[in-house]
Ligand binder design. Sequence first.
Ligand SMILES: *[C@@H]1O[C@H](CO)[C@@H](O)[C@H](O)[C@H]1NC(C)=O
Ligand SMILES: *[C@@H]1O[C@H](CO)[C@@H](O)[C@H](O)[C@H]1NC(C)=O
Length: 409
Amino acid sequence: MLKYLALSSCALLAAVSAQLGDVFEWKELSFAWPDEDAKTAALKTRDYVPENNLPLGLGRWKDKLFVTVPRWKAGVAASLNYIPLNATDKSPALVPYPSWKANRIPGKGEAPADDQIVSVFRINVDVCDRLWVMETGLADILGNPNQVIPPSIAIFDLNTDKLLKRYNLGENDIKGDDSFFANIIVDVTKDACDKAFAYIPDLGGYGIVVYSLAEDKSWRVKHNYFHFDPLKGDMTVGGVNFQWTDGVFGIALGPLNENGYRTAYFHPLASCTEFSVSTQILRNESLATDPQSFELYKVEGGKGDVGQSSSSAFDEKTNVLFMTQLQRDAIACWNPRTKLQPDTFPLVTQDHEKLIFTNDISIDAERNLWVLSDRMPVFIYRELDPNQVNYRILRMTVDEAIKGTACEA
Ligand SMILES: *[C@@H]1O[C@H](CO)[C@@H](O)[C@H](O)[C@H]1NC(C)=O
Ligand SMILES: *[C@@H]1O[C@H](CO)[C@@H](O)[C@H](O)[C@H]1NC(C)=O
C-alpha cells in the first residue's frame, strides 16, 4: 500500500512538473530595426514605447515563429512579427512581417497599404503554407481607440510572404461596438486548400463569424453557449484581481469524422465549461443561423472552479485537447474519449513564476506544443517591472506533455 502510494504520488509529481523547455524570454520586447537611427527616431517620436509592447499570440511555420503584439497602447513598433528559429539569442529581436512598411500606421489622409497590418491578437498557420491573420484594425485600444481599417481576415502565402487575400468582415458580422475579434481558427485539409473555412469567435458580441474561402462570404452564428458565465468572470492572475465578461474565445478542431466534418470544441473565456458543435452546422449558413439548431450543440463537461482558459489546441494523433489555465498558471489536457470533468482534466505543466497568464498555445507541424505567457493583467491594470522577465515562450512535445496523465489513451 505504502509503496503503491509512493509510486502514484511520484507519477503525479512527474506529470505536473513535466518541464516546458524555455525557448525565449524577455524583460521588454526589442525589434529588428533597419538601423540604429530608425530606432532612435521611433523612440523620440514615441512610435516605439518599449514597455507598451506585449507579445500575445504565436504560431510556427518552418523556421519562423510568429509572435503578435496587439496595439493595446500607443507605441507598438510592429504588430505582426516573427523570430527566426535559428536565433541564438534567448531574447531575440522581433522581425516585422511581412515588412516594416506593412506594420506602420498610415498617417492622416494616407491610404493603408494592401498588406497593411494594424493590430493582431492571434494568428493561424494552416497546412497549406498560409498564415491567417485576424486583423482588428484598431490601434491604441486602451488610450484613444483609432479604427484605422475595418476588421478583416488577411491571408499570406508563407512561401512568398505576399498577401493572397483580404476579406473585410461585413456589417452583419459585427455587433456594434461590442464585437472584439481576437482569434481565428482555420478548417482545411491539404488536398482542398481553396475550400478552407475560418471560425472567428467574437468574445465581446458573443457570436462566431464563419468565413468560406471558396464562396468568399461570411455569416454570423449565435448561441447561448457563446456567452460568459456570470459566476466565472471574477479572476485573479499574477496577484491582480479583475472581472471579465469575455464570451466565446478558444476553439479547437478535432480530426475529420467519417462524415467529412470535424468537432469544434469551444469555450467562453469567463466560463469553466467546454462545449462542442460539428463543423457541419457552422459551415452550413442556413443551418448555422437557424434557431432550430440550438440542440445540435453539446455540453462536454466542466473543468473545475478555476478552469478558465484562453486558447486551446488539438493534437489529432493522440486525440488530446490542450487548454491554457489562466488562474492556475498552467496548461491542462483532456482526451474527448472520456467525459470532461476535473479528474479527466489534468495539468500537464504548472509554474507559478513562468506561466503567469498563459495567453496562447499552438501545436506545430512537428507536434511541438508552444506556450506564450505574458502577465497581461499586470500590463493592463498595473505596470510590469522592466527588471524582471515578463514574457516567455516555452515548448514541449505533445507526447512528453501527456505522458503519465489521464489524457494518454
Ligand atoms: C538564420 O537563418 C537566416 C536565413 O537562412 C540567415 O540569414 C541568418 O544568418 C541565420 N542566423 C543565425 C544566427 O544563424
Ligand atoms: C444545409 O443544411 C440543410 C438542412 O439540413 C440541407 O438541406 C442543405 O443541403 C445543407 N446545405 C449544404 C450546402 O450542405
